[in-house]
Design a protein around this ligand. Structure first.
Ligand code: CDP
Ligand code: MG
Length: 871
């Protein structure tokens, strides 16, 4: 219905118009500088040589022959030499006694689910069992996927050591790094790496076993892998060349992995008994917001007062890890005496500053992030306190810090360089106590030896999705009860231990979710679909997810993405709705867009913006449009009477009009207001008072700042840029050209949010003044009274939101656009007629786009969008 074919009455006037349009006077020519091609290109990963067609066939044939010759399940024993110490430590692991049962189960079943407490030996031992049982003979590889890089690297290292095998036999492969060779027989990798390999070889022919480790984390990639392997493994079994799938989980909640929808033949579920010592859990009486300061105090107490044993502290993110490490290693240096006594006040000050700026490290995109719904950080009433008492803490707080026994402080988070991560497995220096400050990396994937005390802030960093604005952002929030229990369990590995929770039991019971929600359910569906397509999974609706998202929602998402040009049907130009969507594939633009943690429509704006120095503005706008209500809506100021509201409104609008510059730049409208208001706020220091004066919500502007930083860092890290993108707090206003280009890029992402003014184009009486028509509803809409474009209403606008103002539907955050841009930037919303020979619009080969030069009057009755001739 959107593409209503046009039937313009070809009156003489119209024809004149068209002629003029097609051979425009020099002044009429609208040069459209922005091309509908991603300007931001993704950095290339290390290239993998693609085999030629012939080669592929030859290798395939050899493989088939090999498979036929190979015994169905290799029943050989491959001896491994191990040192006596290693043998001894292995023998202590609960899984060790189960070797035979596990190997037999795997031989007999295509799919095995293996549950066992963290530290029971799943990750380090199962690959060894399989190696010895002959699964790595005949040139085959045992593959293990980890959701975190640190686990892949350290586990490969550990297993190589245990087996006395070299690193080219037990290897790892993570995103830009690895030591795998032709000789590799056991390969630890991140789940993303295996997904990439699947795109080259859907049969995974070089593997005899794939182990999906840490499946309980329910990361999107491991869910997708389980889905894919639920089809591949039985297929390989039918071919007589079995591929075994082992799903390993630290929790017993595995129903999602065993459903008949996923596996026709029910998987074998095995549980390894854990050898866990008793862990006493101490809740705090109060829940203090400044959990870093609390963690610091608790570690000091433990270190001064409690017997030997390592301390493991859980915080939310990388910055917090570093802060705590700084404080602790300052107070308990490894070589005491090097630093003079210091009194507390400085520390306390530092902690205050930390409180005012929550330490969320936005640089850390990868695996420290789990998924869950948010929780309020508000303090909650008293709970029990079984720990060291608060009074003691306060007393201690007033004392000067005495140099004390050294504390061997080590950080652990996923972005830490590998060489530093593996230090946690080494012995601390003589006489020092080990203290590891970690993110949830240390929750299940890595077992740190000799930990007796766990200090848990209860916090984790998560990427949350706001369904209203469509943006994903990192937030610090409560972890789940399951995770908190995993954390506590880390204290009971070597003997009875203690876990100190820096929150009350009331908070734990009332505010913590029981389990982490699967990432695929938490992600906005458009983003999920785009990412699946980025993995070349074409039929998303039919995909066997362990917990599938709603199928209709997936299809609607696909349709939106096709219109956005981030997905395309096989046949270029085919009507999106007519062809089966299952065939839609990702475009080059889509690949770039899939990098950004914002709604795909905003991703498109970013992807097009790397030209004419536009990118900093685009980043700022996308950030601003991605948070809720940055501008104070002056029509609804609470607690003001009508007169007062009106006065405030007039003052605010006056300022906003001055911001929306004169001349051409004025057309950028409310987006210009946003740019300038944010620029002004940052220039003046971003305080609540400054923001209020500028008509901005302070909290929103702080959020915008964070998101700008996150996007800037991400673009710098992943895109080809002529020079690095800097986050400029004192951004100059855009030039006229830039303002125009910003309108064009915004249009490119928001093609379905265009409205056309209809009160002038018709003589019909009943159309009210200032009425616009949108693509999404029949009702007329109007420009919101707070918009700077209210006075001089353009013919075509792009809006961000429609709200109800006393029964009238109003568009908020409006910019003017030119209708001749529509076919170029929103081709999928336009209807095209045939072009008469010799009359352009022209296809510009160099720019690979259609240069359209039609006049604004063209296509009067062809609404929704003008119908434009296409070459
Ligand atoms: O995977 P799961 O949590 O069941 O256990 P694991 O990671 O295989 O760890 C088994 C044991 O190996 C633990 O007691 C670890 O402390 C130990 N280990 C080690 O000492 N050094 C490493 N680099 C890795 C594990
Ligand atoms: Mg493990």
């Amino acid at each position: 219905a959107l593409n209503t074919p046009a039937s313009p009455s070809k009156s003489d006037d119209d024809i004149e118009d068209m002629k003029r349009a097609l051979s425009p006077e020099p002044d009429d020519i609208q040069v459209i500088e922005v091309e509908c091609k991603p300007k931001l290109e993704i950095l290339e990963e290390p290239r993998v040589e693609k085999p030629t067609k012939q080669e592929t066939k030859a290798t395939l044939e050899t493989k088939v022959v090999q498979a036929k010759m190979a015994p169905r399940v290799p029943a050989v024993y491959v001896p491994v030499e191990r040192t006596p110490e290693i043998q001894l430590s292995r023998a202590k692991l609960p899984i060790f006694a189960e070797e035979q049962t596990i190997v037999e189960a795997i031989r007999e079943h295509t799919v095995t689910v293996l549950c066992g407490e963290t530290g029971s030996g799943k990750t380090t031992q199962v690959p060894q069992f399989l190696y010895e049982a002959g699964f790595a003979t005949n040139g085959r590889v045992i593959g293990i996927t980890e959701p975190r890089r640190v686990a892949a690297v350290s586990m490969a290292d550990r297993v190589a050591t245990e087996m006395s095998l070299s690193k080219d036999i037990v290897s790892y492969q993570i995103r830009y790094e690895g030591n795998a060779t032709e000789r590799t027989r056991i390969l630890f990798m991140t789940d993303g790496v295996l997904l990439k390999e699947l795109q080259r070889d859907i049969q995974l022919s070089r593997y005899s076993v794939i182990i999906i480790d840490e499946a309980h984390e329910r990361s999107m990639y491991s869910d997708v892998l389980i889905g894919l392997l639920s089809r591949i493994a039985p297929m390989r079994a039918r071919k007589g060349d079995p591929l075994k799938l082992i799903v390993m989980s630290a929790t017993l909640r595995v129903e999602d992995f065993t459903q008949p929808r996923l596996f026709r033949e029910p998987p074998m579920v095995m549980t390894v008994e854990s050898r866990q010592f008793r862990v006493t859990i101490h809740f705090s009486r109060r829940t203090n917001d400044n959990y870093i300061a609390e963690a610091y105090k608790k570690v000091c107490q433990i270190h001064r007062q409690l017997p030997d044993g390592g301390i493991l502290v859980f915080v939310a993110g990388q910055q917090e890890v570093n802060t705590l490490i700084d404080w602790l290693s300052h107070d308990f240096p490894l070589n005491p005496g090097s630093k003079a006594k210091e009194t507390k006040p400085k520390r306390v000050k530092q902690r205050k500053s930390l409180q005012s700026a929550p330490a969320v490290d936005l640089n850390d995109y990868s695996a420290d992030v789990n998924d869950d719904r948010g929780a309020d950080l508000d303090e909650v009433g008293a709970g029990e306190n079984l720990g060291l008492d608060d009074e003691m803490m306060e007393r201690e707080d007033q004392q000067p810090v005495e140099p004390s026994r050294p504390l061997f402080c080590l950080p652990l988070y996923s972005m830490l360089p590998t060489s530093k991560q593996t230090r946690v497995f080494q012995r601390p220096p003589e006489g020092a106590r080990l203290c590891v400050v970690a993110t949830n990396v240390a929750e299940t994937s890595i077992t740190i030896p000799d930990v007796r005390y766990v200090v848990d802030t209860g916090k984790e960093k998560a990427r949350l999705h706001d369904p209203v604005t469509g943006v994903s952002q990192f937030v610090v929030r409560w972890t789940s009860q399951a995770s908190a229990n995993q954390r506590a369990g880390r204290a009971g590995r070597v003997g009875p231990g203690d876990a100190y929770r820096l929150y009350s039991s009331a908070v734990f019971n009332d505010e913590f979710e029981r389990f982490s929600e699967p990432e695929v359910l938490n992600k906005p569906v458009d983003e999920l679909v785009l990412q699946m397509k980025a993995m070349n999974i074409v039929k998303v609706r039919n995909f066997p997810f362990p917990t599938p998202p709603d199928g209709d929602a997936i299809e609607a998402g696909e349709r939106r993405l096709i219109k956005l040009d981030v997905l395309a049907m096989g046949v270029k130009g085919a009507a999106a709705d007519a062809v089966e969507q299952a065939q839609a594939r990702i475009t080059a633009l889509g690949r770039t867009v899939s990098l950004f943690p914002v709604a795909p429509k905003f991703g498109v704006v970013l992807a097009l913006a790397d030209q004419y120095e536009l990118l900093p503005y685009a980043v700022c706008l996308v950030a601003a449009l991605s948070v809720r209500e940055p501008l104070v809506n002056v029509t609804s100021i609470r607690g003001c009477d009508a007169d007062e509201t009106k006065r405030l409104m007039v003052a605010c609008l006056k300022q906003r009009r001055t911001w929306a510059a004169q001349g051409q730049s004025h057309q950028l409208g409310d987006l210009m207001v946003l740019l300038k208001a944010i620029g002004a706020a940052e220039f003046d220091g971003l305080t609540p008072a400054v923001c209020e004066q500028l008509g901005l919500h302070h909290k929103a502007v702080v959020e915008i700042r964070k998101l700008r930083k996150q996007l800037t860092d991400l673009i710098n890290a992943t895109c080809k840029l002529s020079r690095p993108l800097v986050l400029d707090a004192k951004m100059k206003p855009p030039t006229e050209l830039q303002a125009k280009l910003l309108r064009q890029t915004t249009l490119a992402g928001l093609g379905d949010q265009v409205a056309r003014r209809v009160d002038r184009t018709t003589t019909e009486e009943e159309i009210p003044k200032g009425a616009y028509q949108t693509l999404i509803m029949k009702e007329f809409v109007f420009i919101h009274p707070t918009s700077v474009l209210l006075k001089d209403q353009p013919d075509f606008v792009v809006y961000q939101q429609i709200v109800d103002v006393s029964g009238k539907k109003c568009m908020m955050t409006v910019s003017a656009i030119e209708p001749e841009w529509l076919p170029l930037f929103c081709e999928s919303y336009c209807t095209f007629g045939d072009v008469v020979e010799g009359e352009s619009p022209r296809y510009n080969r160099e720019k690979d786009c259609v240069m359209v030069t039609v006049s604004a009057k063209y296509g009067s009755s062809a609404w929704p969008l003008p119908d434009v001739k296409r070459p």
